[in-house]
Design a protein around this ligand. Structure first.
Ligand code: SAM
Length: 247
């Protein structure tokens, strides 16, 4: 048996204005146990201590959905139905998002077969009916009509430079859909370079929100990008190019 995750209803509520039900908390506990078990066969995460897992995987995954952007009158989030987590790895942010928003259909995408095989089993064990697991490269999925321009929300955490993440995400979004790109630090210089890439891809940076994690006060940023124009057919570029030569 593993140590239980800290159950911090007040911190959830105070920091994210959301808190898990008892059933969702039980799913987070099972997710934690499942990731620890899976870590023995597949390299999923180095974050395994209960408090650290809670903060850096669960809380962090859901922090991007807190009402930082649109605090007064949320108009975009309530319309979300189809979500894709690009480069989900051990299931972050996609699995906590699927648990916290059961009304959303969440595609978990990763190019590593072993990770997706693990997530398929995990989602089955958790009884999640709102996830699809897909082993593929984001560049390939972005050209597939079954996925291109089909999503309301794309989330990307720890998958590379922001413009690489945007090149993976924007082609998958419907017009007016949103991408949330998770960053640790974010500088004005990065933002200046990023604006050019977004322009090329049909995106607009509508907000950059920053906050601290609740237990260890780590810096976090999320970039909220709206798709304002169709992404040209040439994007995403061939497999490997967005990472090797970011826009
Ligand atoms: N998003 C997870 C997180 O925040 O814990 C995992 C981050 S891990 C550092 C990056 C993941 O992205 C890896 O699992 C890798 O296989 C996947 N990845 C990298 N490039 C990709 C691509 N072009 N298409 C699909 N998955 C990709």
């Amino acid at each position: 048996m593993t140590e239980p995750l800290p159950v911090n209803s007040e911190i959830w509520q105070e920091t994210l204005q959301w808190q898990p039900s008892t059933a969702q908390q039980a799913l987070f506990d099972s997710l934690y146990q499942g990731v620890l078990d899976g870590n023995r066969q597949v390299n999923l995460t180095r974050i395994t201590e209960p408090a650290e897992f809670w903060e850096k995987h669960l809380w962090d995954s859901l922090s991007g959905l807190a009402p930082w952007y649109e605090p007064e009158k949320p108009e975009w989030l309530p319309t979300v139905k189809r979500v894709i987590d690009i480069g989900t790895g051990g299931g972050f942010p996609g699995v906590p998002v699927a648990i916290s928003r059961p009304q959303w259909q969440v595609t978990l995408l990763d190019s590593t077969r072993k990770k997706i095989a693990f997530l398929e089993t995990l989602c089955q064990q958790l009884g999640l009916t709102n996830t699809d697991c897909l082993v593929e490269r984001a560049e390939t999925v972005g050209k597939d009509p079954k996925h291109r321009a089909q999503y309301d929300l794309a989330m990307v955490r720890a998958v590379g430079p922001a413009s690489t993440c945007a090149e993976y995400a924007l082609p998958l979004l419907k017009k007016s859909g949103f991408a949330i790109i998770f960053r640790g630090q974010w500088t004005d210089e990065e933002e200046e370079l990023f604006m050019g890439a977004l322009d090329t891809l049909g995106g607009e940076l509508v907000a950059v929100c920053s906050w601290e994690t609740p237990l260890t006060q780590g810096n976090r940023h999320c970039l909220y990008i709206k798709k304002v124009a169709k992404t040209e057919k040439e994007f995403p570029r061939h497999v490997g190019i967005p990472a090797k030569h970011p826009l």
